[in-house]
Design a protein around this ligand. Structure first.
Ligand SMILES: [Zn+2]
Length: 253
């Protein structure tokens, strides 16, 4: 499988072969540039695509024949939206997973407690969700993860088991941090793009069109349109014989 180790070994081997060969035959400089460019592109691909498994083992879906799927929400809790999501989930008796941002839990502790009391899973999604998170050192990333874990533990008295990288970006520094924390890293197989689309029908059509058994679906509790999307999506999935199960049941971990 393509990962950081095999790619780096192949890159160094190719460079060595080219360097040694250039002592005997004339090799254009362009070949060196092309190999370096390809290597950089592969590193960027591995960072950007969470399901590439390039840097970190990430669970993005689960093969199953039971038409089971799991719903997840990122970036909450948000006072105006998360409780409404919880109402919809309660209405259909569905359990989901919420990957929470540490700093958003502060002042929203009652929502976190409600998420937990209603049987949903709470995961770590960093403390700041900074747009520079991917450039942080491993030490700084670990500090963020610990800070969020502490807030969650102080609020609901439970240790976090799952982590989802902010923006879905992974790199060697993050690998070191999540290994230290002993987290299971969760990605997704179906992205709703609910933070980009403002029209709930577009979001809904996308998830309906792409839905398949074993999917881990990514929503965010930041866009008010999500309430409409969620209710209609659940109705659609259930009427098509999908079983919406909690993340830990889907992945058996
Ligand atoms: Zn996020």
């Amino acid at each position: 499988m393509l990962n950081i180790k095999t790619t780096t070994v192949a890159f160094i081997t190719l460079l060595l072969i080219l360097s040694i060969s250039s002592c005997f035959i004339s090799i254009s400089f362009i070949f060196f540039v092309l190999i370096i460019a390809l290597y950089v592109m592969l590193l960027a691909y591995g960072s950007y695509f969470i399901n590439s498994q390039f840097y970190i083992r990430t669970i993005c879906s689960k093969n199953n024949n039971n038409k089971e799927i799991a719903i997840t929400f990122d970036d909450g809790p948000v006072k105006e939206i998360t409780p409404l999501i919880l109402d919809v989930l309660k209405e259909f008796d569905i359990k989901a997973a919420f990957f929470c941002i540490g700093k958003r839990i502060v002042d929203n502790e009652s929502i976190l407690k409600q998420i937990n009391n209603e049987g949903h899973i709470i995961g770590n999604h960093s403390y700041s969700h900074s747009c520079y998170f991917d450039f942080f050192s491993s030490k700084k990333m670990t500090e963020e993860l610990i800070k969020t874990e502490d807030v969650i533990f102080q609020t609901i008295g439970k240790k976090v088991k799952y982590f989802r990288p902010p923006y879905g970006v992974t790199n060697p520094a993050l690998k070191k941090a999540v290994n230290k924390m002993n987290y299971t890293v969760i990605g997704w197989s179906l992205r709703s793009l609910d933070t980009k689309n403002k029209d709930y029908r577009k979001i809904l059509n996308r998830v309906k069109r792409k839905l398949k058994p074993g999917d881990i679906i990514l929503f965010h509790d930041v866009n008010p349109e999500i309430i409409n999307v969620l209710r209609n999506f659940i109705k659609y999935a259930l009427s098509n014989n999908y079983k919406i199960v909690r993340l830990d049941k889907l992945i058996c971990l």
